[in-house]
Design a protein around this ligand. Structure first.
Ligand SMILES: N[C@@H](CCSC[C@H]1O[C@@H](n2cnc3c(=O)[nH]cnc32)[C@H](O)[C@@H]1O)C(=O)O
Ligand SMILES: [Zn+2]
Length: 428
């Protein structure tokens, strides 16, 4: 199966400049990108007036939390989590999680996201939904060690790894997910790191999201959350995704130097929960990879990565009082190549290049807010919204075309989620 995309404004993210050109997709991979291709193809997409760019990659998500969107906003992080999210999650059945994950994927595909990293429960259902829908995902079972559970969570974590690593034609990968410094004590954290080393798995965790977390960890361990994880050996032994990394001192940033993986910045969630501005430019200066994510829709509100790109840029400009900080092209790079590196799939996705997987989107520029086209990076970073995405392709397969979802029955989806969401939050 060959698809030829004709006449797009192509932003490869490999080269600085965009150019008008054609993209040939052969099965799951990009076969060629040239100003003009005269190739045979089973399907030709007329992409004149559209920008083609790598699919956006959401490097930190709790997909089924879409069922909890808008149910308890404007609360402090720890209250939000302990009093609202955890009780609601305790009521979620595996089927709820399946439909919640599908709801999130419908929104992600509609807004140009092609891959995501997820940490949640009932991972078997999330993996099945990913397999069915056609997205790419790095999945982890979130591990919280506040009460003894007889090893159930760890068993589920390894069950996910054994069952699903490399499945769905390689679209699904897995990691281990110790939730955070404040929910995982030193002993289990050490064991997880050891297991990750032995099994060659990466780790996905939350770090230093709120000021309260800093106070908690100092009381318990006499150090900052970053020092705590550093002392456990996390940064020099395995590939890690560090979600948030909001409250980091200069010294903390120094401790990340040389780490594999990097930080996933979630600016909208940080803004909404009043958590602070992550020092992502300091991290990047130390050679630490920075990617972008939304966090679950419970905290972030939407899963539109264009909002994150914009918020990331705005926050750095505001923080430094300097509009030259985090220019448009760099913010776009974080949401594509940066996040791809965090998911450890940078060889295959994150830029458009012959030989790489065909994970890409077409953004329709024929709209008043996206004209005229002086500077395509600026338009995409500062003016575009998820709703401007016309076509979403993952692994060479069309998941949305002309804004119509091709692998999800939206009517059925909306029916399922409204009844389930109501039941889950009743009385909380
Ligand atoms: N609660 C699960 C394990 C954790 S899954 C991932 C967890 O992260 C939680 N979560 C979502 N967003 C955030 C955030 O911003 N900070 C901290 N935790 C979050 C989410 O509610 C979910 O409980 C259990 O009992 O086994
Ligand atoms: Zn999170």
């Amino acid at each position: 199966m060959k698809t030829l995309i004709k006449g797009a404004l192509v932003l490869t993210m490999e080269k600085e400049e965009a150019f008008c050109g054609d993209i040939l997709i052969d099965r799951d991979r990009i076969a060629d990108i040239q100003p003009c291709l005269d190739a045979e193809a089973d399907e030709v997409i007329d992409a004149r007036g559209m920008a083609a760019m790598p699919g956006l990659i959401n490097a930190h998500q709790h997909a089924p939390m879409s069922l909890l969107r808008g149910f308890c906003d404007d609360l402090k992080l720890m209250d939000w989590l302990d009093k609202k999210m955890l009780p609601a999650e305790a009521r979620m059945t595996p089927e709820d999680v399946y439909w919640g994950a599908k709801l999130a994927m419908a929104e992600m595909i509609r807004s140009g996201t092609t891959a995501f990293a997820d940490m949640y429960i009932h991972m078997n259902e999330i993996a099945s939904a990913v397999e069915e829908v056609g997205m790419r995902a790095s999945l982890t079972r979130g591990l919280v060690f506040l009460q003894p559970d007889g090893g159930r969570r760890m068993d589920e974590a390894m069950d996910l790894v054994r069952r699903w690593s490399g499945k769905a034609g390689g679209r699904i990968t897995t990691m281990l997910g110790p939730h955070s410094p404040y929910t995982v004590p030193p002993e289990p954290f050490r064991e997880i790191i050891l297991l990750a080393e032995q099994e060659k798995l990466a780790i996905h965790t939350h770090l230093a999201e709120s000021k309260e977390e800093g106070i908690k960890i100092r009381e318990k361990h006499g150090r900052t959350p970053t020092e705590y994880l550093h002392q456990l050996g996390l940064f020099d032994r395995v590939h890690v995704i560090l979600a948030h990394s909001t409250n980091l001192s200069r010294r903390d940033v120094g401790l990340l130097k040389g780490m594999r993986g990097g930080a996933c910045h979630n600016p909208v969630s940080n803004l909404k929960l009043g958590c602070g501005i992550a020092p992502i430019l300091d991290m990047a200066e130390q050679g630490v990879t920075v990617g972008l994510g939304t966090d679950g829709a419970g905290s972030a509100a939407t899963l539109d990565m264009f909002e994150e790109i914009r918020a990331a840029a705005w926050l750095q400009k505001l923080d430094y009082g300097d509009p030259a900080r985090l220019p448009a092209a760099e913010a776009l790079r974080m949401a594509t190549a940066g996040s791809a590196q965090l998911l450890d799939i940078g060889r295959d996705v994150g830029t458009l290049k012959a030989g790489k997987k065909a994970d890409l989107i077409l953004v329709d520029l024929r709209k008043p807010h996206l004209q005229p086209v002086h500077q395509i990076h600026s338009l995409l970073a500062y003016c575009a919204n998820g709703a401007d995405v016309d076509t979403t392709i993952v692994d060479g397969k069309m998941l949305m075309r002309g804004r119509r979802l091709l692998t999800i029955d939206e009517e059925e989806l909306l029916r399922e989620v409204s009844a389930r969401a109501k039941r889950i939050v009743e009385g909380i």
